[in-house]
Write a protein that binds this ligand. Structure first.
Ligand code: IPD
Length: 303
């Protein structure tokens, strides 16, 4: 959509065509609903942490994850029954756990992790995020990560920068891996072969040496730390599209780069990611990762 604005310059009227952002109202809604979801998470932290398990004994879920996801999906459906005449689609962590398909199509799609850092939430470990990404033509158009216990609202709109509580974000300028902080996680698989790979990669990176290895317990917040310049990189094998959709745009709009752990282009459905402040750091980390392949998020459902 285009509209024309007129302004006087050096005594002359000039007309300028301005492109309206077709997804701005969706992004505003994502920010508002993430804030509401964050209030729900903070409230539940005091009294509702009944724990259930999903794919393994350490893959946790609570009723709050499910309630928050419903809140987000319902409010989006009410506000946007369609997007530009196309039915609105969702990929939500808990809906997928309940058996819904997880396919990223060209249609406008809301990609939701109601609580990124569920294990943290269960233990009141203070890093918990609501993560909402929105993709069109398989490209993330905007990302919102609300770190609800820190009250930090991270946002990014494709081509328009990344922000935290309205302040612009910029990745670190460090190019020397030896001066870097690298974030990673152990994930929720305890398959001994996968754990061996994870530990060998971790050992390789730690002994480069790097200044330090950290992990907030949430992929989304780890990525926001890279975008904020507090960590040079984050990598993980085992994440899901809902953990990283929003964060990936926040990193790239803050000036960072995304790669697959084998050094190719990142594929949000592949469950592997390297997010770094620049290509030098990203490629250095890729060299040290002992990669392995997991079932993709969009693998056909087993009947
Ligand atoms: C998890 C967190 C964790 C990462 C896992 C994710 P969840 O998400 O992001 O840091 O190690 O791979 O699945 O289950 O808390 O939404």
């Amino acid at each position: 959509m285009e509209f024309v604005c007129r302004a006087k310059m050096n005594g002359l009227w000039v007309s300028k065509a301005i492109m309206a952002d077709v997804w701005q109202s969706s992004m505003d809604h994502a920010v508002a609903v993430a804030r509401k979801a964050g209030e729900m998470v903070r409230g539940a932290l005091k009294d509702d942490r009944t724990v259930m398990t999903k794919s393994s004994a350490v893959d946790l879920v609570t009723q709050t994850d499910q309630k928050v996801e419903q809140l987000i999906i319902q409010s989006v459906k009410e506000k946007f029954p369609t997007h530009r005449c196309v039915c609105v689609r969702f990929i939500g962590e808990e809906s997928v756990a309940a058996g819904e398909s997880c396919n990223l199509t060209d249609d406008p799609t809301w990609i939701i992790d109601p609580i990124d850092g569920t294990t943290n939430f269960v233990h009141a470990f203070p890093f918990v995020a609501v993560s909402i990404g929105f993709s069109v033509n398989k490209q993330v158009e905007f990302g919102v990560v609300y770190s609800c216990l820190e009250d930090k609202m991270f946002t990014a709109r494709r081509g328009r920068g990344a922000f935290c509580n309205g302040e612009p974000l910029q990745v670190s300028e460090q190019t020397d891996i030896h001066q870097a902080i690298v974030a990673t996680e152990f994930g929720s698989s305890r398959d001994p072969t996968a754990v061996d790979h994870i530990f060998r990669s971790l050992r390789n990176i730690l002994c480069l040496p790097v200044h330090g290895v950290r992990g907030a317990g949430t992929a989304a917040i780890n990525m926001c730390l890279v975008a904020s310049g507090c960590a040079e990189a984050y990598y993980e094998i085992g994440i899901h599209v809902w953990d990283v959709a929003a964060g990936s745009l926040i990193v790239s709009e803050a000036g960072g780069v995304l790669l697959d752990v084998d050094g190719g282009d990142v594929d949000l459905m592949s469950r592997r990611i390297v997010a770094a402040n620049n290509r030098t750091i990203a490629e250095r980390i890729v060299k040290e990762i002992e990669s392995f392949t997991l079932q993709r998020d969009d693998a056909p459902l087993q009947s």
